[in-house]
Ligand binder design. Sequence first.
Ligand SMILES: [Zn+2]
Length: 297
Amino acid sequence: MNSSKSSPPFVLQSGKSRNVIFETPHLGRATPDELQRHSKLVEAAARRWDNHIDRAGEMMLSEVGGEWIGSVYSRMVVDLNRGPDRVDSRVSPDWPGARIYEDGGVIVPFVKNKTVLNALYENPLNPEEIEHRLKLYWFPFHDQLQARIDAILHRFGHAILISLHSAEPEPEHCQGDMPVIYLGTGNGSTCDAGMLSIIRTVLEKSNIRVISELYYQGAFTTQAYRKDPHVHAVQIELDRRFMKTDAEIKRQLEPLAAALQSVSTGGVGIAPSSSRAKRLSVRRTYIDPLTGDVLPY
Ligand SMILES: [Zn+2]
């Protein structure tokens, strides 16, 4: 019996009651037991993650509250911030509908070292391996995220979904000693404009450079979950250069926590009945191209 089959591919923690959920899809660095034979995958998985995002998640949960779901396995195993339909033909040429994705898709075929591409697998993966990996590691994470969001909606009527990441900022955005935070909203399409404006203002008052256009506009998670009009989703890229000490983390995250407290709701929460009545069914479905199975996600 493989241990990875019995334990969920996510960690879930709760803070005080609040209509916010933090999601860290690039937290995990593990490779499941059954994939240990891919030595280059194991090596890349241990190194490639959103550095220090564990500390950021802990702090947001204690300062803001709500819930926090994070990946157990590396983004090299499956990238939870890519759609399950994005299978790259370089990792599995026989997958129905596979094509080349510039970013490598949901299961990346290689890692980039400067300009060199290093393949993670000796041979292409067969379609059954792809399907197995998505079913075991991708869908359970998003099923759980959707379930937690549904619970928040039931209680509060609205949910704030923060897809939390860390990145090295673009050199042209770095000015002196200011942390740079990217707020990704699909150019304003994934969350309420007033909410975005409050977050931006609070951060800027604390001497943080905020970039909310063109760069890091939010990938799968913000784009998919915002389809429910009661979900406000923002992909936040923290400045990796300012996360190595507690003082640096506080400098970025205390203003962010203050901003999120001011746009969110706490306490017991009672969903307005009118909003519940008006809710549309926005379940997304995925059709497994091998079996024809229809899966919600
Ligand atoms: Zn990330």
